[in-house]
Design a protein around this ligand. Structure first.
Ligand SMILES: Nc1ncnc2c1ncn2[C@@H]1O[C@H](COP(=O)(O)OP(=O)(O)OP(=O)(O)O)[C@@H](O)[C@H]1O
Length: 311
């Protein structure tokens, strides 16, 4: 049986007269990792703050495991671990000192604090770092400490706001692996503006654009939208377009610069092999053929366009 851990209904937030988040509703199941994706200024942090009870919605409600955030904020917040965009670290403390304070703040009982600190450190790869001052840790390790404080009380729901911003590629890889692992036991909401990050880590994705949800679905659907149906083809001696269009699966051709073509093909009928065979046998000077990945911006345009077309 699936257990719903987060239920957001019609969440709306206005700053002055401006609507930053408009009518956002979704639910999250136990064990799921949900990506909350959107460009800068889309309304991600505002939504995260409403979900964690740090900002009151202008309209709508949040329930954590059936507990209403507005009616019982203490009880609801106790079920959440939160890593804000700016991690709340006391840099002059050691990792152990800081996590001990975090455990107290999260009301871990006195006799369990030490164990809770050890478990959080172990899960976040910090076991050897307990005595180190936070200010002397690399940014990647500081981010691990931020995640460790979020899970110290073993919450049902972990909410991470842009956890990989400012990290180097190896740190990013490690933090993503950690987030994926957390998903097994906790429900995780990951806010990010990085599309591949969502694809790597999440089961489900929601895309927010100018405060409005434009996509809410399975990660595979988004992947298909992004990776499906287009190839980039580079030919030094290209034939007439009709010749390319006669290859099974090829539906349309867009001429780009530098002898490059964007080929739109029938979903499920990828003409890569046929194009390579034709290029080799007819000396078209093939120098590139690869799937054309849609950028985040293009996905937004497609999704918002689809929405407008449906409306
Ligand atoms: N306290 C505030 N007062 C007024 N406007 C705000 C406030 N906080 C956010 N906004 C505005 O609300 C909109 C959404 O901001 P929010 O920080 O939620 O976006 P975001 O998707 O998290 O972007 P970023 O990744 O840049 O933080 C933006 O236009 C922002 O300028």
């Amino acid at each position: 049986m699936t257990t719903i851990t987060v239920e957001a209904s019609e969440l709306t937030r206005k700053y002055g007269g401006r609507t930053a988040v408009n009518d956002v509703s979704f639910s999250l199941n136990k064990g799921e990792v949900l990506g909350f994706l959107g460009p800068n200024g889309a309304g991600k942090s505002t939504t995260m703050k409403m979900l964690t009870g740090n900002l009151a919605p202008s309209h709508g409600s949040v329930e954590i495991c059936g507990i209403n955030m507005m009616e019982k904020p203490k009880d609801a917040k106790a079920l959440i671990g939160y890593l804000p965009e700016q991690p709340p670290l006391y840099r002059e403390l050691t990792v152990d000192e800081f996590l001990t304070i975090a455990a107290r703040l999260h009301r871990v009982s006195r006799q369990h604090i030490r164990k809770a600190v050890d478990i959080a450190k172990q899960r976040c790869g910090l076991t050897e770092m307990g005595k180190r001052l936070i200010e002397n840790l690399s940014k990647g390790y500081q981010q691990r400490v931020g995640i460790a404080q979020a899970i110290i009380h073993n919450p049902m729901v972990v909410i991470l706001d842009e956890p990989t911003v400012g990290l180097d590629p190896i740190q990013i890889r490690d933090i993503r692996a950690l987030i994926k692992e957390l998903g097994g036991e906790h429900s995780v909401i990951l806010s990010t503006h990085i599309l591949p990050e969502v694809e790597m880590v999440c089961d489900r994705v929601q895309i927010i654009h100018k405060g409005t949800m434009v996509f809410n679905g399975d990660i595979d659907v988004l992947k298909q939208q992004r990776h499906g149906s287009r190839l980039l083809l580079g030919l030094k001696q290209a034939p007439a377009q009709e010749v390319l269009l006669s290859i099974p699966g090829v539906e349309a051709i867009e001429v780009l610069k530098d002898n490059l073509f964007r080929i739109r093909h029938t979903p499920g009928a990828v003409p890569t092999e046929a194009l390579i065979q034709a290029a080799v046998s007819q000396n078209w000077g093939l120098f590139q053929i690869n799937p054309d990945q849609t950028s985040l911006e293009e996905v937004f345009v497609q999704l918002t366009f689809q929405d407008a077309a449906v409306a």
